[in-house]
Write a protein that binds this ligand. Structure first.
Ligand code: ATP
Ligand code: MG
Length: 183
């Protein structure tokens, strides 16, 4: 599963509809301080279902919506869509047959999010299910941020084990078992 492109609109500093392409396996994003590099990573995390506004460097979920600048009024909706190439079939189960998977999240000023999978409205859970066990996901090891290497080195064995379980693709089944036991 490979991220092909991101469509952004009304999200943080990306007020106008913008498409960012990732044409090869190695893409470097460079630019001056404050130009929106980290906002792109926030966008990826956000679509995958990140529910902590703090981890997205804001105070409330509505803080991801463009809140205006000197010459632009604020907007009322933030929308991000991630388009993945799934020709390796890494997204398992019912999604394995899709060559391309589009995952979208939108939020309005009321802070309510809606999610879409290949254009069809779905639950946040469905998006989480899609990514569980693929190594992607809002808090997975697919996103290595500042300080994370140090955290991994210093992690307790039980914390480290969670990363290994995700890499081995078994976290999905553990989650299913936990849910079944709860019922
Ligand atoms: P650095 O090199 O310093 O890490 P960066 O390229 O990672 O910079 P970001 O943190 O991605 O920069 O972008 C910060 C910019 O995004 C700031 O100018 C900030 O005002 C703007 N920004 C963040 N949230 C919003 C929002 N809700 N509405 C409008 N602009 C926003
Ligand atoms: Mg940054």
């Amino acid at each position: 599963m490979k991220l092909e492109r991101i469509k952004l609109a009304g999200f943080k500093s990306f007020v106008d509809p913008t498409v960012v392409h990732f044409p090869s396996n190695l893409v470097c994003i460079v630019g001056p301080n404050g130009c929106g590099k980290s906002n792109l990573i926030d966008a990826v995390r956000w679509v995958m279902g990140e529910s902590s506004a703090r981890l997205l460097r804001g105070e409330s979920m509505a803080d991801v919506i463009f809140n205006g600048s000197a010459n632009r009024p604020p907007v009322s909706l933030a929308s991000i869509e991630l388009i993945f190439d799934n020709s390796d079939g890494r997204a398992g189960g019912e999604y394995a047959a899709f060559q391309q998977i589009a995952v979208k999240r939108q939020v309005g000023r009321d802070g309510q999010s809606v999610y879409f999978l290949n254009g069809t409205r779905c639950r946040r859970r469905d998006i989480q299910d899609l990514f569980l066990g693929t190594g992607l996901g809002p808090r997975s090891y697919a996103i290595i941020e500042q300080g994370m290497i140090a955290r991994l080195i210093e992690a307790r064995p039980d914390e480290l084990r969670l990363f290994l379980e995700e890499a081995a693709g078994i976290s999905k089944y553990k989650e299913r078992r936990r849910e079944t036991e709860e019922r």
